[in-house]
Design a protein. Structure first.
Length: 165
């Protein structure tokens, strides 16, 4: 049978220093993780929003990487690129015209604006000379990276304002 070794402080002075160390740890933990911040990232809608913005950021980084490696060429059917650009613009306009709560107006404007800009850049790729394809793809990727960063910040800020305290 195993026995735990229990040690007691030799003097009352040593017990006070142990208690003060425990109190110091509590104070340090409260300073790092302030309970009055009100940001609750642990509920599923906030985590899902942050995950979506992170995926958008990664997609933008992938587009920038593709543009930097000069791996962009016109597809055999440029109508697919035109359809994708029109679809992105339509998606952004549709999301903008849908009813949203007033608190989410900055986030909605950011999401819709980024979709419309990326749609315009994708739509311009088959219409402009091929030498501009890399620049347009990098611009579309930059818009998505900015959207991912700003969207994550805005969704964290919105979630801090909506949590009841």
């Amino acid at each position: 049978m195993k026995r735990d070794i229990v040690t007691l402080p030799v003097s009352p002075r040593a017990s006070r220093s142990a208690n003060s160390m425990q109190g110091l740890r509590t104070v340090a933990a409260c300073a790092i993780m302030r309970p009055d911040r009100g940001i609750s990232v642990l509920n599923p809608p906030n985590l899902f929003r942050l995950l979506n913005e992170f995926i958008i950021l990664l997609l933008g980084a992938l587009l920038i990487l593709l543009a930097a490696n000069r791996g962009v060429a016109l597809p055999a059917r440029p109508s697919a690129m035109i359809a994708l650009g029109v679809l992105l613009i339509y998606w952004g306009l549709r999301a903008r015209l849908r009813r949203q709560p007033k608190e989410a107006s900055a986030t909605v404007n950011l999401r819709c604006g980024s979709l419309i800009l990326v749609g315009i850049f994708v739509l311009a790729i088959p219409m402009l000379p091929l030498r501009y394809a890399d620049i347009l793809l990098a611009l579309a990727g930059g818009v998505l990276v900015l959207r991912g960063i700003l969207g994550g910040i805005l969704s964290a800020r919105e979630s801090s304002g909506s949590t009841p305290r």
